[in-house]
Write a protein that binds this ligand. Sequence first.
Ligand SMILES: NC(=O)CC[C@H](N)C(=O)O
Length: 331
Amino acid sequence: QKLPNVMILATGGTIAGTGATSTTTVGYTAATVGVQQLINAVPELRKVANVSGEQVFQIASESMTNEHWLTLGKRVNTLLAQPNVDGIVITHGTDTLEETAYFLNLVVKSRKPVVLVGAMRPSTALSADGPINLYNAVLIAGSQDAVGKGVLVALGDQIHSARDVTKANTSTPDAFKTAELGMMGYVQGPKAHFYRVSTRKHTTETEFDISSLNALPQVDIVYGYANMNAVALNAFIAAGAKGIIHAGTGDGSLAAKVKPDLIAARKSGTIIVRSSRVGQGILARNGEANDDELDFVVADTLNPQKARILLMLAMTKTSNTKELQRMFYTY
Ligand SMILES: NC(=O)CC[C@H](N)C(=O)O
């Protein structure tokens, strides 16, 4: 039986981290082990795929930037266009793994599997989760069952969709959750088992094309809390933000001290997207604010950090708020 060809693109993170002792599970150094060492540590990979590695970056994922994403997205598209690449695994720090996954979910132009994988324990720790997570990710990336399902996230024997998964614990190995919408499946056997897919469009079905982009529009996130004011909002706009994600309290409610400044910002051209800091649920259009009248957009079920990604890509196409709202109900 012919094994699939899976490329492993390494970007850093804890999966490539090393600690002082085998019991060091926090306070270690991320992004120290190279891709070849990661592959060599799991000889079992060779039984399920022909793997080859490429070191794309070597960073902790909190330092991921829009420029890293454009570089990575273009590299993934180039590789997947080659007939000798059947799937891609991306090793990544877990802090922004969900963001990179969702970015790729919107810009990859292929139905071939792309699987993001990380680890919560450094490679030197007792029961390090990196090796089994990497093995699972390679298995998924080489699986016909993963074709056309959008960008996937593999941790803890679970398969999640890029759109809906989030990091939900600061430090435990089961940190990744797709809480209410549900994960896609499991790895067991060794085989990828899928049970559900998102109805939202992804990869080859999107209208976004990064092939000629070298930058993305500046979009920043304003966090909602009791006693908040408009200082952060106005500072972001003064610093050049073209779009603002308002990560509001509850169903995206707007504090009395902030709402007039949001309205003024919209009137002078800034795109305003209402989202929620709550983490679950639909952001109701025309609920906590009259979005039709104020010309705001709502983030649907996207969390603020993913709403930022969709808005950046959407603004490369249009600044029409009806069109932007359509995109938030499509992806
Ligand atoms: N568990 C991790 O991967 C976190 C390490 C680091 N902060 C990162 O995101 O790259």
